[in-house]
Ligand binder design. Structure first.
Ligand code: AKG
Length: 268
């Protein structure tokens, strides 16, 4: 299955962001992508206060119907890294969806772990001020196999990915708007670790560069195979990268080093 990952620098004008995403999706589909992955917050990154007015219903919202139309037109899967989903008058969900070639939503995942952190003298984020956390994991059946869904900070919780692997996943989605600082320190290492320890592909579409109001994102979108090899990596700009997901790579990793069957959880 040919996958395309789109790296974006999303800003606060939703229609402009959708126009840009559409251009990338059309280009990737014309290049033969059967599955296209977009980053977290691909349709809006702006002031916190703007989140509420840009929140949408799922499935009855502007962005979902935009994605369904394109998925149907090209007969492809589209993974929308995230859309701000309506929750209440104060808060939204940070929600990823996967749309199938017939335009239906086949995956819906609300970011579980919220980025509430403070790094002394560097940065602080309080995602839970505007976002309500999700409360369930999500596995989607794709032609390539089962896929586990996660978003950005979820990457730091290996037990979610282990659960997905034990339930038969061979690919993970990890869309992100990862901060420049923590990205430099941890992004590639954590992504490769999740791929290696679970012997799964990792599809990581990221935001790149600065966004209102002052968040700088690390970019470095990548596709990693079940051996932990980075098979495609985006340059430092908005771009599309491609890779072929190969079932044999999953099998060969799992047969060569059968760590998933060597587990002894009864001892720990
Ligand atoms: O885990 C990190 O270092 C970054 C996470 C992040 O930027 C987010 O979840 O929005």
């Amino acid at each position: 299955m040919k996958v395309a990952v789109i790296q974006m620098n999303t800003k606060s004008d939703k229609e402009e962001n959708l126009r840009k995403a559409e251009g990338f999706i059309r280009q990737a589909a014309d290049n033969g992508a059967e599955l296209i992955s977009l980053p977290e917050y691909f349709n809006y990154m702006g002031e916190e206060s703007g989140k509420i007015e840009n929140a949408e219903q799922i499935p009855d919202g502007r962005t979902t119907s935009f994605l369904s139309g394109l998925a149907k037109e090209y007969g492809i899967f589209i993974h929308a890294g995230s859309i701000i989903e309506k929750y209440s008058n104060e808060k939204s969900y940070n929600t990823s969806i996967i749309v199938s070639p017939d335009g239906k939503i086949v995956g819906n995942y609300r970011k579980i772990h919220l980025f509430d952190i403070e790094i002394n003298g560097v940065s602080s984020y309080m995602e839970s001020n505007s976002i309500e956390g999700g409360d369930s994991a999500e596995i989607v059946e794709l032609p390539f196999g089962k896929a586990g869904m996660a978003i950005c900070y979820d990457l730091r919780f290996p037990e979610l990915f282990r659960k997905y692997a034990l339930e038969g996943c061979n690919v993970f989605f990890l869309p992100a708007a990862f901060t420049q600082y923590t990205g430099m320190l941890h992004w590639e290492t954590l992504l490769r670790a999740r791929a290696i320890e679970n012997q799964c592909y990792v599809i990581a579409a990221g935001q790149i560069g600065s966004h209102l109001p002052g968040k700088v994102c690390y970019g470095n979108s990548m596709i990693i195979d079940p051996w932990g090899t980075v098979v495609a990596k985006a340059p430092e700009k908005e771009s599309i990268i491609y890779a072929e997901l190969e079932g044999e790579r999953v099998q060969s990793a799992r047969e060569s080093i059968p760590c998933l069957t060597h587990r002894k959880p009864q001892y720990y």
